[in-house]
Design a protein. Structure first.
Length: 397
């Protein structure tokens, strides 16, 4: 009989016991709001920010309600105004153009290469159209950040990094999120740390940091932060910065702090699984693995392959055959947005130009989550199933 995979692609690991204990303690004292502290107490949220700043090496860190909120907050904090255009990746997820739309700005989409990173030639051609690039390290693929930053610096374009899939990753030894002016992260359930919902923003720029703190809804309690600039910086921005409420609370912070301490171990476990799937899919005719640059330290929490130039019917047959054997693959080539997967031309609130080279790549991207509840043996089995089904459909032609 054919083997069938029975694991769940959406099942994460439980919250560590230490996090559960810390959450219970917050629930028992009742001070869930981040600024609700007993005399002399430092809130879980403020401590988490201090620890996240230390982990990324940033001067300032702010914890917020979601990754999408962090992106919108970063756009406001760097001064994006309604009607401005913001460059961003054509290959990304809906909250990225959504954050741009949330401030009344307009996304300008930049293409994707066969390595699944932003097309730097297409970016070069569009750099004069905007003052800000919201760079999405989509599915953890990091472009040549040296070249990108040199281009953007020369053009005077501010870079905001969307690190929803690169928390714990690095380019050339520099943590992802630390190349541009602002780095944004998500702690939503399907990302690298899990608080249900949540996010972070990091920066070295004191005015961006102060504006972000006020934007997030600090009222005038910014002195209760441990990873924020001094009060003199807040004096300069506080009358001109609106409160666009989106704070993190102490309950979420309490369950994130122990996860932050083990992030590196989790990254190693993800990469072990990633490599098992990658090895298992090497040399399958018709299937292209994504080459990883030696300068990239990635987090293999998901894996993508290309079935480049396949007829859509054949590709969909592979997905259906894998699904019948318990392997859930997502496709970025579908005309209609499905679940988390949508294409730049489905975001019809934004104007789009044709990107034929990008359409060709998107039409071939097959994407799979690798939750840590899968064992390396599970990953080997998944790869065997994909290998068999891709080969069967490919050989038939
Ligand atoms: C999840 C995600 C976000 C937004 O994070 P939320 O916390 O869900 O708002 C942004 N960008 C990408 C690429 C994501 O996958």
């Amino acid at each position: 009989m054919e083997e069938r995979f029975t694991g769940s692609f959406t099942q994460q690991e439980p919250i560590p016991e230490e996090g559960i204990a810390a959450a219970l303690s917050v629930l028992r004292h009742g001070r869930l709001h981040r600024y609700n502290v007993a005399p002399g107490e430092l809130s879980e949220t403020a401590l988490l920010e201090q620890e996240f700043a230390a982990m990324t090496g940033a001067r300032f860190a702010l914890a917020v309600a979601s990754g999408g909120y962090a992106l919108g907050c970063a756009l406001r904090a760097v001064g994006v105004q309604p009607g401005d255009r913001v460059l961003t990746n054509a290959f990304t997820l809906a909250p990225v153009p959504g954050a741009i739309a949330s401030v009344g700005a307009e996304p300008v989409f930049v293409g994707v290469t066969e390595d699944l990173v932003i097309d730097l030639d297409d970016l070069a051609a569009k750099l004069d159209r905007a003052r800000v690039l919201m760079l999405s390290h989509m599915r953890g693929h990091i472009c040549d950040m040296g070249r990108l930053m040199a281009m953007c610096d020369e053009a005077g374009v501010t870079v905001i990094e969307d690190c929803a899939h690169t928390m714990g990753a690095a380019w050339d030894g520099v943590p992802s999120g630390r190349h541009g002016a602002v780095g944004c992260y998500s702690t939503q359930t399907y990302k690298h740390m899990n608080s249900g919902e949540g996010g972070f923003l990091v920066t070295d720029d004191e005015e961006i940091a102060a504006r972000a703190v006020i934007l997030s809804g600090s009222y005038m309690l910014y002195e209760r932060h441990l990873a924020a600039p001094g009060p003199e910086v807040f004096e300069r921005v506080k009358y001109h910065t609106p409160n666009v409420s989106g704070r993190m609370d102490n309950l979420r912070a309490a369950i994130l702090r122990p996860q932050l301490r083990t992030l590196d171990e989790q990254v190693a476990r993800w990469n072990e699984r990633y490599r098992v799937v990658e090895e298992g899919l090497r040399g399958v005719p018709g299937l292209t693995l994504i080459a990883r640059d030696p300068r990239e330290t990635y987090v293999g929490s998901s894996i993508q392959v290309l079935l480049l130039d396949w007829a859509p019917e054949a590709l969909q047959e592979v997905l259906a055959r894998c699904a019948a054997r318990g392997v859930e693959l997502k496709w970025f080539g579908g005309a209609e947005p499905v679940a988390f997967t949508s294409r730049y031309d489905s975001w019809r609130y934004a104007e789009t130009e044709a990107l034929p080279a990008t359409d060709r790549v998107l039409a071939g991207i097959v994407d799979m989550r690798l939750p840590l509840t899968f064992s390396p043996e599970d990953c080997a089995q998944i790869a065997r199933i994909i290998r068999a089904e891709v080969s069967a459909v490919f050989q038939r032609g």
